[in-house]
Design a binder for this molecule. Structure first.
Ligand code: ZN
Length: 290
């Protein structure tokens, strides 16, 4: 996958500073880096972001443009929880409207991307820490398509999902996710789609542009641990103080963050976007890895 970054300038810097042998090494590193597709964690928030022009959806579109074109997209969405791990393997995944009470425009919205049955089957074979079953029933839930509708609006890149096994611990999710890392070298864009802070019971329309103190505190603490590379601390999120109970009352929206971080190399950089809290109790903080 081609990335539109300042690789040329960086390469020239390496040439000037370090001599030919080192420059060759730097070029090799850059090429390797370019071979590895970035990974994302996206705070998806309201399904309305799929059809609303707002700062969140605009940032998704911008990220999509910058990323270029992956060979396929694997999304681990908060909205597909199963017993055991499943991977969607159909040719034409349906658009699932797994919500109610939203306008017809959203209920009718389709994201007709093709599936990626070949990559899905390979993924199932390659994962060793869990048995991964092929699924032909699910499709694309709104954790996936609401984001992709803005990020890759042409819906012409194959998309598949891996489910969250609701019977497993955060540590097991992280271990399984590490096995997905090799997909990045095959041009697959891995996206974890959830929200770092997600408490629908505490949603507040009086706070459209900010969060409660506990939400801001937990989001900031998580960012600190991400910046430190302290994945163990993030896996053990219930120990992050009283704010954790309110921020992560159930962990399906938090776990996709662990999937994104597990496929990160230690030396890769992280860029944040949409790093705000909305409606009192939803953090939209999102990140690009690599
Ligand atoms: Zn959600």
């Amino acid at each position: 996958m081609k990335r539109r970054t300042a690789l040329t300038a960086l390469s020239m810097g390496a040439l000037g500073l370090t001599g030919l042998a080192a420059a060759r090494q730097a070029m090799a590193n850059l090429e390797r880096r370019e071979d590895r597709t970035p990974a994302l964690f996206v705070g998806h928030g309201s399904p309305m972001n799929a059809i609303t022009d707002n700062p969140f959806s605009r940032a998704w579109a911008e990220v999509g443009t910058r990323l270029g074109r992956p060979s396929a997209i694997l999304c681990v969405s908060a909205h597909w929880q199963t017993r055991g791990v499943m991977v969607t393997a159909m040719d034409r995944p349906r658009t699932i409207h797994d919500f109610s009470g939203f306008p017809d425009e959203l209920q009718r919205k389709l994201y007709p991307a093709p599936g990626a049955p070949g990559v899905a089957r390979k993924t199932a074979e390659q994962v060793k820490t869990a048995a991964v079953a092929l699924d032909y029933e699910w499709g694309l839930d709104h954790g996936t398509w609401s984001v992709l509708a803005r990020m890759f609006p042409r819906a012409d890149i194959p998309v598949f999902q891996v489910s969250l096994d609701a019977t497993q611990s955060p540590a097991s999710h992280y271990e399984l996710a590490k096995e997905l890392k090799a997909l990045r070298e095959q041009g697959v864009l891995i996206i974890g789609s959830g929200n770092i802070v997600h408490n629908l019971r505490r949603l507040s329309r009086q706070h459209p542009d900010t969060g409660f103190d506990w939400a801001i505190e937990f989001d900031a603490r998580v960012k600190e641990l991400i910046d430190k590379g302290d994945h163990r601390g993030l896996i053990g999120y219930p120990n992050l103080g009283p704010a954790a109970q309110l921020a992560v009352p159930t962990n399906e929206h938090y776990l996709p963050l662990l999937y994104a971080l597990a496929v990160k190399d230690e030396k890769e950089s992280i860029t944040y976007f949409n790093d705000t809290t909305t409606m009192g109790s939803i953090s939209m903080r999102s990140l690009v890895i690599g």
